[in-house]
Design a protein around this ligand. Sequence first.
Ligand code: BGC
Length: 731
Amino acid sequence: MTNSTVKKLFEKMTIEEKIGQLLQLSADFFQGNSAVITGPMSEHHLSLKTLYQAGSVLGVSGAKRVRAIQSDYLAHSRLKIPMLFMADVVHGYQTIFPIPLALTASFDPSVMKNASEVAASEAAAGGVHVTFAPMVDLVRDPRWGRVMESSGEDPFLSSVMAQAAVKGFQGEKPLANEHIAACVKHFAAYGAPEAGREYNTVDLSEWRFREQYLPAYAKAIEAQVLLVMTSFNTLFGVPATANQYLMRDILRKELHFNGVLISDWDAIGELITHGVAGDLKQAASLALKAGVDIDMMSFAYAHYLKKATDVDSNTKKLIDESVMRILELKDVLGLFDDPYRGISEEREAIAIKTHKNLASAQHAAEQAMVLLKNKNHILPLKQQQRLAVVGPAANTGEILGSWSWQGDSSTTESYISALRRHFLNVSYAQGCGFHQINLQEVQTAMKIARNSDVIVAFMGLPQSDSGEATSMTNLCLPKEQLTLLARLSELNKPMVIVVNTGRPLVLTDVDAESDAMLISWFPGSRGAEALANILDGTVEPSGKLPMTFPRKLGQIPVYYNAYSTGRPIQGDSSDNENKYLSKYIDESNEPLYPFGFGLTYADLIVTDLRLNQKTITPNKSIHVMAVVKNRSDRDGLAVVQCYIHQKVGQTVRPIKQLIDFIKVIIPANSTKTVEFNLTSDKLVSVHSDLAKHIDVGEYIVMVGLDSEKVLKDTIFVKQNIGELYNDQIKK
Ligand code: BGC
């Protein structure tokens, strides 16, 4: 459709039809082919006429069902405006990829892009038009269960992954039938709830918000994401869904977002429990004024906007703007040309869970797993070694992770099944459940372990312990699992511990019991085969931590890119002598494993950091070069990371901040020079005037294979390019 045709359609709409476009229904309103009001849905007092005017539905998929519902809907719709089908397609539709935190651990944006592309192509075949992904909320507190859905603690890494995901889901505009619209969420700062407690208050200074939390959303918008979702939380004292400053000034004016803004589930209704609206009518008015276009499941707009338009022309104007945005989205998706976007059961059968898609999911899982420890090169294991496989995560298909509603864990291969294919001598005893233990099971596990060369223990958390509404106060492995590990370690056999988790855990005790420790996350449909390939050495482990793993719970939040403080520790023995330092008296400041850390089987080091020049100008970037040496007989996969630290800033600066990274193969016994192009925009900081600047002065450039062990050099900004940069961004 042309713009003017959309406009003509818009002009024919009645006010009820317009308000209908702003209403999103859940799948419960549809039975068989038609919209219905049954059971709890009748509580919402919507008429059938209103249901047949709703602009979108969430959580319905499947070519046959979507076709039937859309066709029934269109038969009832005066202007034949197709309904949008939205769903949470987060890390795969039916082919499930590793959870987003794990995809990020690949440190390879092409892995994130491909996962999103595959998810989009399968979901599109299943009739989905919009996915509620990617979630790009920056996270620093693993007590919050949704860290699994994020890209971790670093603004740059999150930004790169946000862009990759949006491009993967959406492809180019207008969207081809294999792509779907993405919805970046949750605007804003949902990942920083106080004490890691789900839905809790977020209280950030605007300066910090802009420096660290805003960039990933901004990058997704730059990548032309078509929708944004509001967050449940309060920010700057006002719930996001009613926050005009956040939505109108920052999102719309400053970031130039002109797509559709959707509330989170009942977030408009929750303005009442937040205590900023006295009733649903006021909540509707606040959300509309803040610019929320679609009301997901509070029904505030459906019930109250009509009455408001009788008295208030501004409300009418705001509704019109929202409706136009929604119609434009439908148009970009091609729904006016084909309300079904080419779906059929035949297409679905060939598009979903293809050999190629599953292979991509396996590749992603292989890139995502992180090897944290490998004493005496116990890994890779040899095919003929006798393995005693134990642990609650060994024999289950529940390794898909949360937000995989279309995934099927009953047909997902378990780790033990894959290991039996890869190794000649595997025995198995569960030993304990995730949260249960009994003496007999422990004894059976001890028995097989006694007769083995290596114990491989699959520990961790069940998949139900991560995702939305899974905040936790204890991040150690459950005591039953620690008991089993303690008993097994009495045998003095080499022990490999594989940890299934959707979040950083406090693994200090586990680490002490282990010879090797591998984080497998929730690795998805082909996670078991990926894991077996890593354990037998067919595949080189190459994932890196996208979040710091704490040593003790009390260190939380602990993240690598903390700001400089007064009285910092020095990292040497003087720290013990001086009491008045920024430190704990009962624990070191150091995490157990830092951001960016992950071992490889190949023996890799970074040497010879070189810069082609020391001074950076807007037109002349610095080439940062370093040599990566592979001192082993295996090909290695190196994730080379480039950090900076600004010595003196107008505001305090992070001790280190990631500005670039690259994943490269380093063939056995060879060296490769990697190069980063350090442009002046990488040196931007937010001043206390809340604007972006580049300060004159000295910056330390660091390159390494993790955020701790780095080589350093100094560069300078000599002329005031900061002003210039500001002028550029103002234009
Ligand atoms: C979550 C969103 C999700 C929505 C729809 C909410 O509870 O916070 O991330 O997209 O439900 O399923």
